[in-house]
Design a protein around this ligand. Sequence first.
Ligand code: HEC
Ligand code: HEC
Ligand code: HEC
Ligand code: HEC
Ligand code: HEC
Ligand code: HEC
Ligand code: HEC
Ligand code: HEC
Length: 472
Amino acid sequence: MNKWSLVVTVVMMFLAVNIPRAIAQEENAMDQAAGNFMQDRQFRLTRSMSEAASACIECHKEKHPGIFADWAASGHARSGITCLDCHLADPTDPDISTSHAKVYESGTSKWADKKYSVPVAAAVTPKDCSRCHPDESQQYAKSKHANTMEIMWKLDPWLNGGMNSDSERKAGCYACHGTVLKMKEGRLDPATWPNVGVGRVNLDGSLGSCTSCHTRHRFSLAEARKPEACDQCHLGPDHPQIEIYNESKHGTMYHAYKEEYNWDAAPGTWTPGLDYRSPTCASCHMSGAGEVMTTHDVTERLSWETQAPLTVRPSEFKPFPANTNWQTERDKMKAICTQCHSETWVNGHYSDLDNAVENYNENYFKPAKKMLDELYEKGLLDKSKFFDEKLEVEYYELWHHEGRRARMGTAMMAPDYAWWHGFYECKHRFNRFMEEAKHTLESGEKAYIYPTFPGATGDTTRPKEIFAPSEQ
Ligand code: HEC
Ligand code: HEC
Ligand code: HEC
Ligand code: HEC
Ligand code: HEC
Ligand code: HEC
Ligand code: HEC
Ligand code: HEC
């Protein structure tokens, strides 16, 4: 706990300029004479705060007005949660910013004084938030979001085959999935920071970064409830959820009516019909409604694993089997839908989804996989590396790109993604793949191997922070 908060009690005055309404307002009702009124609105924070905590605020208000303004407008500032509550480190923490101690030595202002110096960490992890938000942190910890680094290293050919470079990974993969944080010269190592990927591996052993959806320092509910909170990662050729959403009727209604939605409803009270008339990503996957509780585990409410090559139930997903029953989870999702739809409508939709899954599995994926296995078995394709032969790339894109689009377009009501970007492209790819594969089988000639593969230099050692030595 923060012992500094007990040290001294001070009353702080914030300058009136641009300080958001969120801070508790205390009007001076005593002064009746007009001349005694302030020109601008004044806000006063009348609660106890240690000097060390005041120092953070005062100095950073000067140095980083962007950080200060966001914090001042947050629910945290309203509730007296200060910089220190989140950034204070234990003297033994591995992620202490030792470079920060120097700011107290500069003597450039009243607050640049050693007597205010406390150990500070730049990374604020789910473990730090869990002090005050234990439920959200626990749910998050078991989610696929939090555990994605382990999942990636268990199954991904880019990483395990070293088929891309570390810089491509840092700018790409890890920006969404997360880095393994490391320190270098008293600061976070630039090879791993900045990063707010969903599965960031923190130095305190916790997984993820809550800022993926609640950007600091507003930590806003409204932001996380909007589809834009997810679209930084959930887009593009292989997981176009935002494009799918925008195409769906739910998305078109969101765009038409979002100004009327009540984004600021208190946690857990955001109500379909009352606060919004069509669901966002959060409404279906996270926010509570009716009997269904809010969750920070996005694997809840899912009955299929549609991102995998062969669609399976979430509990059957080998690298990270969910501890769920698909029928129970589907019932939870349906209970969200039936806030606004009849059961017949919703069952009809799920019947479409199940048919699409079966069609994809049986008619596209399984035959393609069988063919790929045969080519490996006969030595016509080389198994040592992935992506260095044309047929491997074709096979990958069949399940990873159009195969996902077809399944997810159907799951989230986007006909163009289900067909033109989905099953239509599946047919196209499948036929090209099968034609070339058959030709290779008939000729008995080994497939051409790309002699150079740019950037195939990435480290292939599994991070020791995630895997025990026996698993590395
Ligand atoms: C006298 C001014 C001053 C005070 C007091 C101060 N800071 Fe800072 N802080 C800075 C400056 C300047 C930087 C930027 C340093 C840099 O760019 O390397 C900084 C950087 C930081 C960082 C980022 C560090 C990193 O390694 O990336 C954090 C987090 C931080 N401060 C939090 C705090 C907290 C919490 C407190 C109160 C306990 C505090 N600061 C008190 C001036 C101050
Ligand atoms: C509710 C917790 C919380 C509070 C309160 C808080 N921070 Fe932060 N701060 C974070 C998180 C989370 C990050 C992002 C780092 C991460 O992802 O781990 C961050 C990042 C930072 C950084 C580094 C960001 C950058 O762009 O370099 C600085 C500096 C910082 N905070 C200063 C402050 C200051 C000053 C205050 C008080 C005015 C404050 N913080 C209050 C949680 C908090
Ligand atoms: C020392 C306790 C404390 C810590 C640490 C803390 N919070 Fe909070 N948080 C609170 C309190 C109290 C509220 C209620 C504020 C209010 O009334 O809006 C809150 C509210 C929130 C909200 C809802 C805001 C809203 O608009 O109602 C979010 C989101 C949130 N916190 C995220 C975080 C995250 C993420 C972290 C870690 C980076 C964190 N908090 C760390 C105490 C804390
Ligand atoms: C734009 C953000 C982003 C980038 C960049 C990105 N991913 Fe992903 N990745 C995602 C999202 C979002 C999903 C979830 C897909 C879904 O469920 O539709 C995902 C899913 C995955 C999965 C499947 C996990 C599972 O449970 O089946 C693996 C493996 C993966 N990514 C590896 C990588 C690798 C390796 C890279 C870089 C070569 C990469 N990703 C780049 C966002 C990204
Ligand atoms: C994938 C996006 C996402 C991430 C990551 C995320 N949140 Fe949230 N969070 C949300 C959404 C959406 C809501 C709004 C739920 C609602 O409608 O009431 C929310 C609500 C909250 C609330 C308000 C209380 C509640 O449960 O509704 C708190 C507190 C909170 N989050 C804390 C955290 C903490 C702590 C972390 C990290 C462990 C975190 N969040 C990570 C999306 C996210
Ligand atoms: C910073 C990037 C990022 C953000 C922001 C993000 N996600 Fe994700 N999401 C991912 C990645 C990466 C995965 C893949 C995890 C895996 O399976 O390894 C994923 C997976 C998922 C899954 C599939 C889980 C499963 O069990 O298959 C759902 C559902 C999901 N995210 C919903 C959301 C929602 C809703 C939001 C916004 C409120 C959101 N995500 C925000 C990166 C992100
Ligand atoms: C109308 C409700 C609804 C909305 C809105 C919605 N989804 Fe979905 N989502 C679903 C359903 C239903 C499924 C399939 C669930 C199942 O497996 O049974 C799904 C599947 C997914 C999956 C695939 C998970 C997997 O591993 O198979 C991801 C990822 C995802 N959604 C993310 C998002 C994101 C991000 C948004 C917003 C851009 C969003 N969803 C909007 C209902 C919705
Ligand atoms: C907050 C209310 C709300 C929720 C929750 C909701 N929907 Fe909808 N949905 C609507 C409205 C309103 C329409 C527009 C109907 C129309 O066309 O008039 C709609 C349209 C649809 C459509 C028709 C799409 C089209 O292109 O015609 C389908 C299918 C659908 N919803 C399924 C679902 C499913 C499945 C869920 C749960 C996973 C769900 N909805 C959750 C309000 C909701």
